[in-house]
Design a protein around this ligand. Structure first.
Ligand SMILES: CC(C)(COP(=O)(O)OP(=O)(O)OC[C@H]1O[C@@H](n2cnc3c(N)ncnc32)[C@H](O)[C@@H]1OP(=O)(O)O)[C@@H](O)C(=O)NCCC(=O)NCCS
Length: 351
């Protein structure tokens, strides 16, 4: 039986209705379970608090496809536009369609308002990512004519397999640096006096490989940091940061961050780890990570795994992570496509 194609609706995620939130959450939970079947679901109320309190430095446009009876959303499209001074040529895209509704043209239809809005906003490049665990994503990207710009993995450390002796050795070796550097931790909001320096620490990540992706260096400001913190606090996300500072000058040399949510305490997410180029080669990266893991083992007994996203070409970071026992968990790819190519695909003009 052929049914009329349901209309696409747009949604303002910062102020949607409870019903819209519940339907979108149900869709996203299914999509997440397809990719990460062993992970606990994200509770609805946490997700709603996250949506209502998204950071303010970007605009998010969302579209959904309701089912014929209107009781579910079967697909969604989203477009993230960063209102920062950098990377004004690009927009991040996400398109998701429930498995039983795929290959009916919904992905293509959801792409239409995404591309139209990106054009209206003056963005020429769309960026999105896919997982090897859902091969349809890559098939769609290839059909679209997108270019794979970066190959990455989520790497995972199972804490039950942790080599505690190795952590002990790295912490001991770090003592050679203790006269010059001090190690410290922040939990909760960053200290106000160090905010500009902490923003600079985050910009170290501009040195991480970005493959063939057409990206400019990003800027991080104290306002961005407070914006993230406000959003994360509303959602209930917790963060620990380890840092190393040069005693003589007070200059920060590097940092490493871990995030998690108390409703899912078994899974910790490694955020950024960075050491300024001038301080590299002193074992500070190892120290930052070993000190963090040692604290997690001591103070977060419910933690089971730590996950981290790394470009496959990031040899220095992978060396530390593999030595620690991180193993490939999920292969991911980041794709890019110029808007005229998307238009050609939508118009059926593509090669
Ligand atoms: C990628 C995704 C959104 C596609 O949704 P969809 O509704 O099936 O997409 P469409 O039906 O519009 O497909 C358009 C074309 O892409 C290609 N394509 C899509 N899925 C494919 C697959 N599994 N195998 C081969 N080609 C595929 C086909 O050429 C298809 O046209 P056709 O069916 O007429 O041959 C869906 O598979 C999905 O949700 N995947 C997980 C999330 C994801 O990876 N998103 C990536 C983009 S952000």
């Amino acid at each position: 039986m052929t049914v009329a194609a349901p209309a696409i609706q747009s949604l303002d995620l910062r102020r949607a209705s409870d019903r819209e939130y519940a339907l979108l959450h149900a869709l996203q939970s299914r999509m997440r379970a397809e990719r990460l079947p062993d992970d606990p679901p994200i509770p609805l109320d946490e997700q709603i608090r996250g949506w209502r309190n998204l950071p303010t430095y970007f605009d998010l446009f969302t579209w959904v496809v309701p089912s014929a009876d209107g009781d579910a959303f079967v697909g969604s499209g989203s477009l993230w536009i960063s209102r920062t001074d950098d990377n004004q040529h690009l927009a991040d895209v996400g398109i998701e369609v429930l498995p039983e509704f795929r290959r009916r043209g919904l992905g293509r239809r959801l792409l239409a308002p995404v591309a139209e809005t990106a054009a209206r906003e003056g963005r020429r490049l769309l960026i999105f990512d896919t997982s090897e665990r859902v091969p349809a994503g890559e098939a769609f990207a290839r059909r679209l004519g997108a270019d794979k710009g970066l190959e990455t993995h989520t790497n995972q450390l199972v804490l039950a397999d942790l080599d505690r002796a190795l952590i002990g050795r790295w912490l001991e070796e770090a003592q050679a640096q203790a006269a010059r550097f001090e190690l410290g931790f922040w939990s909760g909001p960053y200290p106000e006096d160090d905010l500009a320096a902490i923003a600079a620490l985050h910009e170290i990540l501009n040195g991480a490989p970005t493959g063939d992706l057409d990206l400019e260096d990003f800027r991080v400001t104290p306002e961005h940091l407070r914006d993230w913190e406000r959003s994360a606090a509303a959602r209930g996300t917790l963060r620990w940061t380890s840092y190393v500072r040069e005693r003589a000058t007070g200059a920060f040399a590097g940092f490493s961050e871990i995030f998690w949510h108390p409703t899912r305490p078994a899974i910790l997410n490694q955020g950024a780890t960075g050491v300024f180029p001038a301080f590299r080669g002193n074992g500070l990266g190892r120290w930052l990570k070993a000190a963090m893991i040692e604290r997690i083992v001591r103070e977060q007994p419910e933690a089971r795994v730590i996950r981290t996203g790394n470009a496959d070409s990031n040899a220095p970071m992978l060396r530390i992570n593999y030595d620690l026992g991180f193993k490939p968990f999920e292969a991911r790819a980041v794709w890019q496509i110029e808007l005229p190519k998307v238009r050609a695909f939508l118009d059926g003009r593509e090669a």
